[in-house]
Design a protein around this ligand. Structure first.
Ligand SMILES: NC(=O)c1ccc[n+]([C@@H]2O[C@H](COP(=O)([O-])OP(=O)(O)OC[C@H]3O[C@@H](n4cnc5c(N)ncnc54)[C@H](OP(=O)(O)O)[C@@H]3O)[C@@H](O)[C@H]2O)c1
Length: 284
């Protein structure tokens, strides 16, 4: 059986849709926090088990009989809470004699990154490496699907206000990632592997603005605002301060090149070309 944590999220659901083309629904266990939200798969015969990342005792139960786990990283805004959640999941997996962990990490994960989210995910990689369970790490670059949030209302204002300097991002389609994960979950590779999962090209926000201008036939510019102005704008949307800190750390991470790595592994795992940014933006 293959279990997927975070199965109610965008990546989890997309992965299950690809898995259903390859294995019987009864071989899939969707682990979710809110079971009532996952009717699409329950009706098809997928087993749904409930567990919160904060609840270790429940987590220990949901991996029973499971051979392969897709551990989808937590969103955890506060870094210590996020680490505790990830530790709970890894420990519960270890208790259940799982044969292969596929974990969604962040591109070029390493200690002491500027982006806080990568720090948590590198920490989880370390836990998994120490567990001695065979693993595959999907070190995903930033999703193309995150672009609408990154650019805000730029299609109306003609301006992307984002403090990323000339830092580049190798945007990658979340749906492509899901398909590649489903291929790995059902394939024969159980050795320890670390995949850098990126698009074909890295784009600065000036270049992103040009792609959007071309595909949408409007003029959009990138305004490289200061961290302080960015912070004030986020706070004006009533965003909690921890979320603001996380988003500022992400912009700073982009600025210093933490999301700029480009790698061809995704296309090898897919056996085809991955979605390129122009195609994605055209459909926005
Ligand atoms: N590479 C990127 O650009 C990028 C962007 C965003 C996120 N990420 C990372 O990639 C992961 C997957 O992305 P995604 O798009 O699928 O995110 P998503 O749609 O936000 O899904 C995250 C899932 O995690 C679940 N979750 C959150 N806290 C939980 C908890 N305490 N216990 C159990 N489940 C919990 C949520 O459950 P509910 O449905 O019940 O809320 C949700 O289903 C994210 O969690 C984040 O770590 C990467």
């Amino acid at each position: 059986m293959i279990a997927i944590t975070g199965a109610n999220g965008n990546l989890g659901k997309a992965t299950i849709r690809f898995l259903l083309q390859k294995v019987a629904p009864t071989d899939i266990v969707a682990i979710v926090r809110n079971p009532e939200k996952i009717n699409e798969f329950k009706e098809k015969g997928v087993t749904v088990r409930q567990a919160d990342y904060n609840d270790y005792n429940t987590l220990k139960q949901v991996f029973k009989g499971v051979e392969t786990v897709l551990q989808i990283s937590t969103i955890g805004v506060d870094i210590e809470t996020a680490k505790q959640q990830e530790r709970n999941v890894v420990n519960a997996i270890v208790e259940n004699n799982v044969k292969h962990i596929v974990y969604t990490s962040m591109v070029q994960a390493r200690p002491n990154t500027v982006f806080q989210g990568t720090q948590t995910q590198y920490y989880t990689e370390e836990l998994i490496r120490k567990s001695n369970i065979p693993y595959t790490f999907f070190r995903n670059s930033m999703y193309m699907e995150a672009i609408p949030e990154l650019i805000g209302n730029a299609l109306q204002t003609n301006e992307i206000r984002y403090p990323s300097g000339s830092g580049k991002v190798s945007f990658v389609s979340r749906v492509d990632i899901a398909e590649a994960i489903a291929n790995v979950l059902t394939g024969n590779t159980h050795g320890n592997q670390t995949h850098e999962i990126t698009g074909n090209t890295a784009y600065s926000f000036d270049e992103l603005a040009r792609v959007i201008s071309t595909e949408k036939s409007i003029i959009i510019n990138h305004a490289d605002i200061s961290d302080e102005v960015f912070r004030e704008e986020l706070i004006s949307y009533q965003m909690p301060v921890e979320v603001v800190d996380l988003l500022v750390s992400m912009a700073n991470g982009i600025k210093v090149g933490e999301f700029s790595h480009v790698d061809s592994t995704l296309e090898k795992l897919l056996g085809r070309k991955s979605l390129d940014l122009n195609e994605y933006v055209k459909e926005l």
